[in-house]
Design a protein around this ligand. Structure first.
Ligand SMILES: [Fe+2]
Length: 438
């Protein structure tokens, strides 16, 4: 039968309907997606429902939940070319060939440009790969290919906005995000794109005001709630409100409670590390965070997660733990298999970024600069967003300042201010440099 997106989909009609509900909820990042998915995936004939379950496991970014999702999918014999294409993507992704999965998604979307499952998975994978071009271009293509009346069409603008932002086109990102929010005020991904555009221009007050004014649209339960709260705290950090940022961390990012998502730990580590760079002690939060990362040490699956674990271990002063993890990352980087995407990311920048943070924690600022500076323009390769990776850019700048490399620090500060003229944090670093040269 045809699903609500007009694509041939096999399964009991109720399962296919539930799958459509799940996909529509995913575009809005609403948690009820999981209930609908459960209904769809419980039908052995609804192969795409079971495959969507596998995708969601892989989209956790963690090896364990990814493998569990693929195991739950079970053995599926593809009944048509689209199912076979999805299976091929899932197998590549689960095997660690994330770049191969991305190329397979190119092929899939060329053949079925209106496939909402493929586009949703691709957008998340592009984010994991720090692939700004595909983050922008896949939604741009979908905006042209999809029927404007298709469920979820309005959300394509928000996806496009995020890609434009990651490509550095902030005015276009802002315009696309505002267009998306006009069409769908509950579009938390479009709001997130707008927040990123403001963050990258150092417009922290505008960002705080936006999130305050729109709280009714994002304060409910959704997949991006913690991460949006993280962005809100980042705006406060920019203006040096450390106590308030710590309070926001505990109340809205992670309170130290059990079983947090990897994304929550990433947000917590990224925020606390920035505070540490500003000379603020986060106390026992670091120990809890370091222990939680240690519990889910998966042996180098995704550099971006491991890099945040290194921040946590270093923040907690557990340098032996940090050193051991960096050593495992070095072993993973040596994997010569061209299909091992994580190894490539580690070799290109991830391992140097991890070593730069470890050196910083050891107080060896010259070594920190020596590790971080050569890869500072390649960091997108280990994934996440510009705003998230700014933790390593800031580390480099603070290491240069602390290590007495005033000339290089000046270059970094001026580059930051050229992009973010309104950034209070960057202006404060420039003032530090000015004081040094007096
Ligand atoms: Fe973000």
């Amino acid at each position: 039968m045809k699903d609500r997106f007009g694509l041939e989909t096999r399964g009991d009609p109720r399962s296919v309907e539930a799958l459509g509900e799940a996909v529509a909820a995913l575009y809005a990042m609403r948690p009820e997606a999981m209930g609908h998915l459960k209904t769809a995936a419980s039908d052995p004939d609804c192969a795409l429902g079971r495959m969507l379950g596998a995708y969601l496991g892989l989209m956790s970014s963690e090896r364990g939940p990814g493998a569990a999702g693929v195991a739950r999918m079970g053995g599926i014999v593809a009944a048509d070319a689209r199912e076979a294409a999805h299976l091929s993507v899932i197998r590549a992704w689960a095997a660690g060939d994330w770049s191969g999965a991305s190329r397979r998604l190119d092929d899939l979307l060329e053949a079925w440009p209106g496939d909402p499952i493929a586009l949703n998975a691709a957008h998340q994978l592009d984010f994991f790969l720090g692939d700004a071009g595909r983050l922008r271009d896949r939604p741009a293509a979908a905006l042209r290919a999809w029927d404007g009346a298709a469920p979820g069409f309005a959300y394509l603008h928000g996806m496009h906005a995020f890609g434009l932002e990651e490509c550095g086109d902030y005015p276009a990102a802002e315009a696309a995000a505002r267009r998306a929010l006009d069409a769908a005020p509950d579009d938390v991904w479009a709001q997130h794109a707008l927040v990123h555009a403001l963050e990258m221009q150092g417009r922290s007050q505008a960002g705080q005001d936006l999130l305050d004014a729109r709280r009714a649209d994002w304060g409910h339960d959704h997949f991006l709630k913690v991460h949006t709260a993280w962005h809100y705290a980042l705006f406060g950090l920019e203006t040096g409100e450390a106590d308030r940022v710590l309070a926001l961390h505990d109340a809205t990012v992670w309170d130290g409670g059990p079983d947090p998502l990897a994304m929550t730990l990433i947000d917590s580590a990224g925020l606390l590390w920035r505070l540490k760079l500003d000379g603020v002690d986060a106390g026992g939060r670091w120990d809890r965070l370091s222990d939680e990362w240690a519990l889910r040490d998966e042996g180098a699956w995704y550099a971006f997660n491991d890099l945040h674990a290194v921040l946590a271990h270093c923040g907690a002063g557990r340098l032996e733990r940090a050193r051991a993890l960096v050593e495992r990352m070095a072993e993973a980087a040596a994997n010569p298999d061209p299909a091992a995407t994580n190894a490539q990311a580690l070799r290109a920048a991830g391992l140097s970024a991890a070593r730069g943070v470890l050196a910083f924690a050891q107080g060896d600022f010259a070594a920190s600069v020596a590790h971080l500076a050569p890869v500072r323009r390649q960091m997108a390769v280990f994934g996440g967003s510009h705003a998230q990776r700014d933790a390593w850019q800031r580390t480099l700048l603070v290491a240069a300042l602390k290590g007495g490399q005033a000339g290089f620090a000046r270059v970094l500060v001026e580059e930051r201010l050229a992009e973010r003229p309104a950034s209070a944090w960057s202006q404060a670093r420039r003032a530090e440099l000015d004081a040094l040269s007096r």
